[in-house]
Design a binder for this molecule. Structure first.
Ligand SMILES: [Zn+2]
Length: 195
């Protein structure tokens, strides 16, 4: 038997799945191979420790020490903290919501200024093969949009204050998150091991 085979049998011994025949073969190899015999005595010690349940209750501070060593390892992937992410997402949502409100309630003025803007008209003209198509589509789209928007606004204008209240709530929630985010920062740096 070679050492690799002996090692495999030792693993089976540790698992408690070593057959009697294999145990005899392993014993033969261990009698002639000092290196494997040394490995075996180490494995056997581990098996004995486990069977005595001495490792079930780890020594005091063992888990903490292990966790600190794990934390000390360089981070493989820098993960943004949840608070940062939440703050950014919430900020983006409330800003977009606010911009959306402003655009929606001022869309007539915006469309007018776009139509009156020669740069915008020239940009449309810069697409000769499709410009007619684009113009038609834009006309269709703007017709559809304003038709929808008119009916939506008729419905929404009575909810204008509700929307503003939602915006205020979004902003307030963002402030709460920002505050918690700030107050979490110093506490966290204290709790980190200084090693
Ligand atoms: Zn060997």
């Amino acid at each position: 038997m070679n050492c690799a085979k002996a090692d495999e049998l030792m693993m089976r011994y540790m698992d408690g799945t070593l057959s009697e025949d294999d145990a005899v073969l392993l014993k033969k190899h261990l009698d002639t191979c000092a290196a494997c015999a040394e490995d075996f005595s180490l494995y056997d010690e581990i098996v004995t420790h486990f069977s005595e349940d001495t490792l079930v209750s780890a020594p005091e501070g063992f888990e903490k020490a292990v966790m600190e060593r794990i934390r000390a390892l360089p981070a493989l992937v820098a993960r943004p903290e949840l608070d940062t992410l939440l703050y950014l997402v919430w900020g983006a949502v409330s800003v977009l919501f606010g911009i959306g409100l402003i655009v929606f309630f001022n869309r007539d003025a915006i469309i007018e200024s776009l139509a009156a803007n020669p740069a915008f008209a020239r940009y449309i003209d810069l697409l000769p093969p499709v410009s007619d198509y684009v113009t038609t589509v834009l006309a269709d789209v703007s017709q559809t949009v304003s038709a929808v928007a008119d009916s939506v606004q008729a419905y929404i204008s009575s909810f204008r204050y509700l929307l503003l209240i939602i915006f205020v709530i979004l902003a307030a929630a963002q402030m709460v998150i920002a505050r918690r985010f700030k107050s979490d920062k110093p506490a966290e740096s204290h709790s980190r091991p200084m090693s």
